[in-house]
Design a protein around this ligand. Structure first.
Ligand code: PXP
Length: 236
């Protein structure tokens, strides 16, 4: 069964617009759980534009679901991860001005930061995945670096028009097949929504899908629990 991780960063984006404590992040996690999700995902960015350090501690203590923390391979943030001890960490690239995580990690180019971060997280019993573009060389480099899992970046697929859709799906399928062959846990996410999910769900070997923006947007009209349930039903 494929697990659904719901990224609730944008609940915190809304809260940060007024900094008045609502919407409450733990209430959001409870609604996500009631809707049938399996994992709560949050990204603690260096710029703290949405999720704050205190959110992680609150979620770790009160979330009914395991916590997946997205983060850059950064010494300070790693210290927080070691203190909070989420069930899993997804290492992502981070650029200061980006609207959202733009591309996957270049595993070879980031080798020194990854080599510093990966072993300490793993030693603390945290499952570590690398967020990578769906390229075989990135899958292989993740395996060689010692990642437990890869999360394939589905953003290019999600943004593609009819002419490039099949090619993007094939890139995902080929990268996924190599990850499975190498024994890596296989996750995927970014830009997935209610209309583009199915072909990604059907890629053999997918363990987890992490979805945020489309669910939080739908939640404005339906409520978070219903928006999550609708997504979960598509995944089953
Ligand atoms: N996976 C990773 C690694 C991400 O960085 C994000 C965005 O924070 C997501 C999944 C979810 O993407 P979206 O919000 O577009 O569904």
């Amino acid at each position: 069964m494929i697990k659904l991780g719901v990224n609730i960063d944008h609940v915190a984006t809304l809260r940060q617009a007024r900094r008045q404590g609502i919407p409450d992040i733990v209430q959001a996690a409870r609604a996500v759980s009631a809707g049938g999700a399996d994992i709560i995902t949050v990204h603690l960015r260096r710029d703290r534009r949405h999720i704050q350090d205190s959110d992680l501690y609150l979620l770790k203590k009160n979330s009914p679901l395991p916590l997946n923390m997205e983060m850059a391979a950064d010494r300070d943030i790693t210290g927080i991860a070691l203190d909070v001890r989420p069930a899993s960490v997804c290492l992502v690239p981070e650029n200061r001005m980006e609207l959202t995580t733009e591309g996957g990690l270049n595993v070879k180019e980031s080798a020194s930061a990854l080599e510093e971060t990966l072993p300490v997280l793993k030693k603390a019993g945290i499952e570590v995945s690398f967020f990578i573009d769906p390229l075989k060389e990135q899958v292989r480099a993740s395996y060689e670096a010692g990642a437990d899992a890869v999360e394939l970046h589905t953003g290019s697929y999600a943004d593609s028009g009819p002419e490039t859709l099949e090619a993007e799906l094939n890139r995902l399928r080929e990268a996924a097949a190599l990850a499975v062959e190498l024994g890596l846990k296989l996750n995927a996410g970014h830009g997935l929504d209610y209309s583009n999910l199915i072909p990604v769900r059907d890629i053999p070997g997918i363990s987890e899908l992490n979805i945020g923006y489309s669910i939080v947007c739908r939640a404005i009209f339906t409520g978070l629990e219903a928006a999550v349930r609708e997504m979960k039903e598509l995944i089953l």
